[in-house]
Design a protein around this ligand. Structure first.
Ligand SMILES: Nc1ncnc2c1ncn2[C@@H]1O[C@H](COP(=O)(O)OP(=O)(O)OP(=O)(O)O)[C@@H](O)[C@H]1O
Length: 244
């Protein structure tokens, strides 16, 4: 039996839209049980990376392996069924569906169906706000509650790894804190994470390691507690530092 050390391994990935390559041959990895951040300016390829890994767009070159298995011939649905789950920014929920219906529907793969009851209990425990509003329709949820529901939907797919695309976008500091606690608990369960975030302090508080992305390439890797100067990074990316 092979001893898998890397949950996700991306090598020289190229992907983009129309004639334009956004990812210029990107390589990165996430270890089993590891939490990894992706940080970079708007429009430099973070979401494109997650889309190409989960096959929402077709990569043009390079390779992606999940738990040692190549994803080359796999469809987006098969990748979810394998347990690689991408929680996107788009919040595409069925607006008229209640929280409970939405969560139950998300457990559609054979693996997820098997553990539906336990996963549902876990999600409602992790996000008490969703439990309180279990009969509320998705369209009436606040932005923060919708983010929680998106992550809940991801967890109902029985993930062996989660990729989260800016889960704190537009949230108040209090909700950000709540979400940070929930994300911390998810990774404490041993689920590897790849987390896109614009808030550098937030991402560094949650991950073991962080990649910096610039123009579709990884430019630097920063270990947690490593030598990172927030102001320098904000200057590098945004041309002037932003205080939080
Ligand atoms: N469907 C699409 N069709 C054409 N171009 C696209 C499409 N989606 C994204 N792009 C372009 O690809 C580039 C990278 O976008 P991407 O969403 O990956 O950036 P990002 O780093 O995730 O940014 P943000 O932090 O703003 O979400 C941008 O120039 C964007 O306009």
């Amino acid at each position: 039996m092979t001893n898998i050390q890397r949950a996700l391994e991306v090598e020289n990935l190229r992907a983009g839209y129309d004639a334009f390559d956004v990812l210029q041959g990107m390589s990165l990895h996430v270890g089993v049980g590891e939490r990894v951040g992706l940080f970079g300016p708007n429009g430099h390829g973070k979401t494109t990376l997650l889309n190409a890994v989960s096959k929402l767009i077709q990569p043009r070159a390079g390779s992606v392996r999940f738990m040692g298995e190549s994803l080359e011939a796999r469809s987006a649905q098969e990748i979810v069924a394998m347990g690689l789950v991408h929680v996107s920014q788009a919040n595409r929920m069925f607006p008229d569906m209640e929280i409970m219906e939405t969560l139950e529907l998300a457990a559609y793969t054979p693996r997820a169906r098997k553990d539906r009851k336990a996963n549902l209990e876990h999600v409602l425990e992790l996000f008490p706000r969703l439990a309180e509003r279990r009969r509320q329709e998705a369209k009436t949820l606040s932005g923060g509650e919708r983010q929680m529901l998106s992550i809940g939907v991801g967890l109902m797919c029985a993930p062996r790894m989660l990729m989260l695309d800016e889960p704190t976008l537009g949230l108040s500091p209090k909700l950000k804190d709540e979400l940070a606690v929930a994300i911390g608990k998810i990774s404490a369960d041993g689920i590897p994470l790849l987390l896109i975030e614009q808030d550098i302090a937030f991402v560094l508080s949650l991950v073991d390691r962080m990649y910096l992305i610039d123009h579709g390439e990884i430019t630097r890797e920063v270990a947690r507690g490593g030598d990172v100067d927030h102001d320098e990074i904000m200057d590098m990316y945004f041309g002037g530092h932003v205080s939080s």
